[in-house]
Design a protein around this ligand. Structure first.
Ligand code: BYC
Length: 342
């Protein structure tokens, strides 16, 4: 089957009127596995809504990793030293690897990778809003590592316990690498903060521009998140968008103090009673605008992805021809071996 973009049906949807007792039994088996916190594997029966939701989320996640190579990739040729260039190269390459694990995880659900790519470049599937903002200075590379990879860690560590086995396992390695990415970003910023006044200003400016878009990465507020209820019930998501956003703020505030930058939110303060930080409301109309294609870099990002896909057609053709030749040779060898044995 191929991916569909429709909304998930409610958990337990196979047990409603019209379903056969065999279907009900399968649904019960699935519900039982989820209730016991065990993993659903590709061979297992799963409700169609669960499969569709996973394909949607995993594909968007994969697309985000691949599109996410662009804003940082823009700085590879302009990195200020060989060391920074090598680090940035490695990081951007890691994002490509994350995309590949994730597309493979989507394929275990019956999705077709070529179809998913087509949906991305035709604007029929989303990718993270955060990658539609420009990287104006090298400090942006550091802030992406600190904020964007930091937000990714908050969001993705719980996904290591996601109910779908291949997704959860892919997340384990992704999170290890994201952790390294976050540290490299923070170390880069620490170095700049120990530099000149102009470098410190550059860092503060990047913090000011990336803070609110980073909070938006966690998605709309819980009340406006149509997918959360089903994803939480299915244990695909383990925390709501607002819970993870709060966690990110609490984690980041002391890091900002240590670094010596100000987070651009006058409402940000420690709330003794809650034991958490209060913070201002992101501009949700901006998130909707960026998600629907009208962010500062949306058209540029998709145009570049489309061009890379078209320019890579010969590589895919060559790889397919090679695989077909290998398969034909293996088949011939098998026939010859059978003949010799007869
Ligand atoms: N940007 O019902 P909701 C990375 C969409 S990669 C764009 O709350 P859900 C990294 C949402 O898809 C970062 N779209 O949805 C890479 C839904 O639309 P559809 C990506 C967004 O799925 C390289 C609609 O809004 N991380 O970190 O329950 C370098 C309603 O939302 C956004 C992942 O993908 C957004 N910010 O929750 C460095 C992690 N927010 O699909 C770093 C896995 C919401 O119904 N994904 N939408 O048309 C998730 O955890 C969840 O999918 C989300 C959204 C929390 C993002």
């Amino acid at each position: 089957m191929t991916a569909t973009d429709s909304a998930p049906s409610a958990p337990g949807d196979g047990s409603g009127s019209g379903s056969t007792s065999a279907e009900q039994e399968l649904q019960q088996g699935f519900d039982h596995t989820i209730a016991r916190d065990q993993r659903i594997e590709p061979r297992d029966w799963m409700p169609e809504g669960y499969r569709r939701t996973l394909i949607r989320q995993i594909a968007q996640h994969a697309h985000s990793e691949i599109i996410g190579m662009q804003p940082e990739g823009d700085w590879i040729t302009r990195a200020p030293s060989l060391r920074r260039k090598a680090i940035l190269f490695a990081k951007v390459q890691d994002e490509a690897g994350h995309g590949l694990y994730l597309y493979s995880a989507a394929e275990t659900l019956g999705a077709d990778r070529a179809d998913l790519t087509q949906r991305l470049i035709e604007g029929r599937q989303k990718y993270s809003s955060i990658f539609n903002y420009p990287t104006l200075t090298f400090a942006d590379v550091g802030v992406i590592g600190w904020f964007v990879d930091g937000a990714a860690i908050c969001n993705q560590v719980p996904l290591c316990r996601s109910s779908y086995g291949p997704y959860a396992r892919a997340m384990v390695r992704v999170c290890k690498e994201e952790s390294f990415h976050q540290r490299q970003g923070y170390e880069l910023l620490m170095t700049m903060m120990r530099g000149t006044a102009a470098q410190r200003e550059m860092v503060q400016d990047a913090v000011d521009r990336w803070w609110w878009p980073s909070l938006m990465m966690f998605g709309p507020p819980d009340g406006d998140s149509p997918n959360s209820a089903a994803s939480m019930a299915w244990k695909i998501k383990r925390h709501t968008n607002d819970e993870l956003r709060q966690k990110f703020v609490d984690m980041t505030v002391p890091q900002a103090e240590r670094l010596g930058v100000t987070l651009p939110d006058p409402a940000l303060r420690w709330n003794e009673e809650r034991g958490r930080h209060d913070f201002g409301t992101p501009d949700w109309t901006e998130l909707q605008r960026v998600i629907s294609g009208d962010g500062p870099c949306n058209s540029e990002r998709i145009a570049r992805r489309r061009a890379a896909h078209e320019e890579g057609a010969w590589v895919r053709e060559a790889a397919s021809a090679y695989a077909a030749k290998q398969a034909a040779r293996a088949a011939e060898a098998a026939v010859a071996a059978e003949g010799a044995a007869a």
